[in-house]
Design a protein around this ligand. Structure first.
Ligand SMILES: *[C@@H]1O[C@H](CO)[C@@H](O)[C@H](O)[C@H]1NC(C)=O
Ligand SMILES: *[C@@H]1O[C@H](CO)[C@@H](O)[C@H](O)[C@H]1NC(C)=O
Ligand SMILES: *[C@@H]1O[C@H](CO)[C@@H](O)[C@H](O)[C@H]1NC(C)=O
Ligand SMILES: *[C@@H]1O[C@H](CO)[C@@H](O)[C@H](O)[C@H]1NC(C)=O
Ligand SMILES: *[C@@H]1O[C@H](CO)[C@@H](O)[C@H](O)[C@H]1NC(C)=O
Ligand SMILES: *[C@@H]1O[C@H](CO)[C@@H](O)[C@H](O)[C@H]1NC(C)=O
Ligand SMILES: *[C@@H]1O[C@H](CO)[C@@H](O)[C@H](O)[C@H]1NC(C)=O
Ligand SMILES: *[C@@H]1O[C@H](CO)[C@@H](O)[C@H](O)[C@H]1NC(C)=O
Ligand SMILES: *[C@@H]1O[C@H](CO)[C@@H](O)[C@H](O)[C@H]1NC(C)=O
Ligand SMILES: *[C@@H]1O[C@H](CO)[C@@H](O)[C@H](O)[C@H]1NC(C)=O
Ligand SMILES: *[C@@H]1O[C@H](CO)[C@@H](O)[C@H](O)[C@H]1NC(C)=O
Ligand SMILES: *[C@@H]1O[C@H](CO)[C@@H](O)[C@H](O)[C@H]1NC(C)=O
Length: 416
C-alpha cells in the first residue's frame, strides 16, 4: 500500500506495570493525517516445540518496533484499518479494526513469530514463521474517543498469549492525536475507585432500569435460514453487574432482570456452535454461545458476552468470557435446571439463571427433547425421596413392633 506512509515514533520508556516491559508508540499515517495511534506495552508468552518437549519463550514488544508501512493501512480503499508493528528477526504484531459507525473495535489480533530466531526460540525443532490470529478481543470504544486500559489484559492467540498494559489506543481518528475523551475498559473501572475522566458527561443520572426480584421466565427460539427452529430456550435471566455509577460516584453492584416481553431475540446455528442473542433496548445485549464437542457428542455453554449501556455508566460496559463450561448436556437431549444457578463470567459480571431448559442442537419439530437434569435438581429431588423412605421405614417399624406386641400380649393372656 504505497499511499500509506507509516511511521513509528517510540520513546518514553517508562517501566510498565509488569517488569521491564516498555511502552511503545505506534502510528499509522496516510498523507499528513494519522488514522491509528497506539501507546502500549505488550509482552508475549509463546509455547514452541523442541526435540525434548515444549518450551515457553517470553518476549516483549521492544522499543525498536516499527510500523510496517507495507501491510499497515488506514482502510480508505475499502479494506479495514490495520496496524502492523514489526520487531526483531521477522516477528510482528497486528491489530485489525472495524467499526459500525458508533463503536470501533479491535476485530482481530495477529501475532507472527519466526522460530528460526534462536535468540528467542533456542532449540526450536521447527524453523517456520508462525502466524496466529484471534478475533473478538473485546477491545472497543465509542468512535472519536480513546480506548484506555491501564490494567494488564491477556488474550490467547494460538499457542501464544499476548498481554497488553498501559494501553491507549484509537482508530478512525478525527484528529492527528488521541482524542481527549476516553472509553475506559471495565478492568480499570473495577480496579480504580477514582472516577475515570470523561469530559462532557452531562448525562442526568437515571434510576436503576429494573428492580430485582425473581426474573420472569422467557421462551426464546432461534431459527436457521430455511425457517426451522434450531435452538430452543426457556429461562429467567438476571444480570449481576458491577460498574462505576455516575449518580452515586462509586462502583455499585446492580441486579437487572431481563423482561422477556421487551427482549429482541436473534442468534445463529452452525453444526458445532449455536448462539442466542438477547437484546433489551437500550439496556443490554447478552450473547450466549453453545459449542458441541463432536468427539463425545456433548455440548456446553462455552461463551457469555454482555454489552450494556446504562445511562448511569461512565462508559458502556463490556464483558466476555469464551472459555466457560456451563449447562453441560448430551447431543439429542435438552438441558434442564429448575434450581437457581450463578454463572460467573468475569469478576464484574455474573449471570443468574432460573428454571432453565435449553436445547441448542438437534431441535426437531419445535420441541425440547428429553431433558437431562442438572445435579442440583437431582440432589434436591433426592431429599424428599430420602425423607419419604425414612418415614415409610419408621411406619413399618412401628407396625411390626405393634404386631409383635399384640401377639405377645395375646399369648400372655392365654397362658394365664
Ligand atoms: C502535508 O503537509 C505539507 C506541509 O505541512 C503540505 O505542503 C502538504 O500539502 C500536505 N499534504 C497533504 C496531502 O495534506
Ligand atoms: C508440538 O508438537 C505436537 C506434536 O507434533 C503438535 O501437536 C503441537 O501442535 C506442537 N506445538 C506447537 C506449539 O507447535
Ligand atoms: C527468521 O529468522 C532467521 C534467523 O534470524 C532469518 O534469517 C530469517 O530471515 C527470518 N525470517 C523472516 C521472515 O524474517
Ligand atoms: C483482521 O480484521 C480485519 C478487519 O476486520 C480484516 O480485514 C482482516 O482480514 C482480518 N485478518 C485476519 C487474519 O483475519
Ligand atoms: C453498533 O454496535 C453497537 C453494539 O452492538 C450497537 O449498540 C449500536 O447501535 C451499533 N450502531 C450502529 C450505527 O449500528
Ligand atoms: C467524529 O468526529 C468527526 C470530526 O470531528 C466528526 O465529523 C464525526 O461526525 C464524529 N463522529 C461521531 C460518531 O461523533
Ligand atoms: C434447513 O437447513 C439445514 C441446514 O442449514 C438442513 O440441515 C435442514 O435439513 C433444512 N431443513 C429443512 C426443513 O429444509
Ligand atoms: C452479585 O455479585 C456479587 C459479586 O460477585 C456477589 O457478591 C453477589 O452475591 C451477587 N448477587 C446475586 C444476587 O447474585
Ligand atoms: C466523587 O468521589 C470522590 C472521592 O470519593 C470525590 O473526590 C469527588 O469530588 C466526587 N465527585 C462528585 C461529582 O461528587
Ligand atoms: C412486560 O411485562 C411487564 C411485567 O409483566 C410489564 O410490567 C410491562 O409493561 C410489559 N412491557 C411491555 C412492553 O409489554
Ligand atoms: C471433546 O471431548 C473429548 C473427550 O472427552 C476431549 O478429550 C476433548 O478435549 C474435547 N474437546 C474439546 C474441544 O473440548
Ligand atoms: C450509550 O448511551 C448514551 C446515552 O445514554 C449514548 O449517547 C451513547 O451513544 C451510547 N453508546 C453506545 C455505544 O451505544
Amino acid at each position: 500500500m504505497k499511499l500509506c506512509h507509516a511511521l513509528a515514533v517510540l520513546i518514553i520508556a517508562w517501566l510498565a506495570v509488569i517488569g521491564h516491559v516498555q511502552a511503545v508508540t505506534l502510528e499509522v499515517n496516510q498523507g499528513n493525517s494519522t488514522c491509528i495511534k497506539a501507546e502500549l506495552s505488550a509482552s508475549f508468552s509463546i509455547t514452541y516445540n523442541t526435540s525434548s518437549g515444549t518450551r515457553t519463550a517470553q518476549v516483549s514488544l521492544p522499543d525498536s518496533s516499527t510500523v510496517d508501512a507495507g501491510s499497515s493501512s488506514c482502510g480508505t480503499d475499502g479494506s479495514s484499518p490495520w496496524l502492523v508493528a514489526v520487531f526483531g528477526a521477522g516477528h510482528a504484531l497486528g491489530l485489525g479494526f472495524s467499526t459500525n459507525g458508533s463503536l470501533y473495535s479491535v476485530a482481530n489480533l495477529t501475532l507472527q513469530y519466526n522460530l528460526s530466531d534462536t535468540s528467542v526460540f533456542p532449540d526450536s525443532d521447527s524453523l517456520d514463521v508462525v502466524t496466529v490470529v484471534s478475533s473478538s478481543l473485546g477491545i472497543w470504544a465509542t468512535i472519536n474517543t480513546t480506548y484506555r486500559c491501564e490494567s494488564p489484559t491477556t488474550f490467547s492467540v494460538g499457542s501464544a498469549s499476548v498481554t497488553f498494559s498501559g494501553m491507549r489506543l484509537e482508530a478512525y481518528m478525527p484528529q492527528n492525536d488521541l482524542s481527549p475523551t476516553e472509553s475506559v475498559c471495565t478492568a480499570d473501572q473495577a480496579s480504580t475507585a477514582a472516577p475515570p475522566t470523561t469530559p462532557g458527561t452531562t448525562t442526568t443520572p437515571a434510576p436503576p432500569p429494573t428492580p430485582p426480584g425473581i426474573p420472569e421466565r422467557g421462551a426464546y427460539s432461534v431459527s436457521n435460514i430455511n425457517g426451522s427452529v434450531c435452538l430452543l430456550a426457556r429461562m429467567g435471566l438476571q444480570l449481576n453487574v458491577s460498574y462505576f455509577s455516575l449518580s452515586q460516584n462509586k462502583t455499585i453492584q446492580e441486579l437487572v432482570n431481563l423482561s422477556p416481553n421487551e427482549t429482541i431475540v436473534s442468534g445463529s446455528c452452525e453444526p458445532s456452535s449455536a448462539s442466542l442473542v438477547l437484546t433489551q433496548e437500550p439496556i443490554a445485549t447478552l450473547n450466549l454461545t453453545f459449542t458441541l464437542n463432536s468427539t463425545n457428542s456433548r455440548y456446553r455453554l462455552s461463551a457469555i458476552t454482555l454489552l450494556a449501556n446504562w445511562s448511569d455508566m461512565t462508559a458502556p460496559f463490556w464483558a466476555s468470557n469464551t472459555s466457560l463450561d456451563y449447562l453441560r448436556s448430551t447431543l439429542g437431549r435438552s438441558y434442564m435446571c429448575n434450581a437457581e444457578q450463578t454463572l460467573a463470567v468475569v469478576p464484574t459480571f455474573s449471570l443468574n439463571t432460573f428454571r432453565v431448559q435449553v436445547q441448542p442442537f438437534e431441535v426437531t419439530t419445535n420441541q425440547f427433547a428429553t431433558a437431562e437434569e442438572c445435579q442440583i435438581d437431582q440432589t434436591q429431588m433426592l431429599i424428599p425421596i430420602i425423607v419419604g423412605a425414612a418415614l415409610a421405614g419408621l411406619v413399618l417399624i412401628v407396625l411390626i413392633a405393634y404386631l409383635i406386641g399384640r401377639k405377645r400380649s395375646h399369648a400372655g393372656y392365654q397362658t394365664i
